[in-house]
Design a protein around this ligand. Sequence first.
Ligand code: PEP
Length: 249
Amino acid sequence: MRTPVLAGNWKMYMTPEEGRQMVQALIPLVADCQEREIVLCPPYTSLAALAEALKGTNIASGAQNMHPAKEGAYTGEVAPGMLKALNCKYVILGHSERRQYFGETDAMVAEKVKAALAANLIPIVCVGETLAQREQGITEPVVDIQVRLGLAGLSPEELAGIIIAYEPVWAIGTGKTASSADAQKVCRFIRSVLSSWHGDAAKKVRILYGGSVKPDNIRELMEQPDIDGALVGGASLKADSFARIVRFE
Ligand code: PEP
């Protein structure tokens, strides 16, 4: 069985103090949730505050991006070991906003995935088609390429330990959610790509859905056999709504 993952992506929202307050409200609301991984990915600037506030709880933290090098003259960037030093367990890689606004390519994602694994961080690798691609009927080839290139060179053991987030770009921050049947179809397709490549390791990979996930639609999404959790943007900023998502309520 795959343990569900409910991950919040705070994007460029919340100061450390706002983050600390949100987490203090969230902790008691999800303290009894067993058998799922609860993750918050704040901006880098809030990681230290969250590391302190989340100590001894069932909530882990992650980053929203990282540079693949161990260290170096890369102004403005953050290295994998720096995230580990702040207690990060996860790192989101290849989010569509990184691809769209910061020119991230599949090759860059692949390099970051390897660096994350080498640093013992669990990558949450985002893939998904744009609205134009969906309308052209090329969702599956687009996602196929993102998966094959973004995860290039991984061994079956490495593959089994990563998380993939299927996030149709047209559903992110728009209030439009893919129907649970559509989301399941693409998540199953992703698993079939992984299994044609690395056989049974594909059964262990957690595949999340992301794109306007809310308390209202989480239960139906979680009922789908190939959806193992959610990557949540807007609805992860408030303790109450994120707690209801974590609880599938
Ligand atoms: C995201 O940022 O990954 C996301 C899915 O955002 P939202 O839930 O706001 O659509």
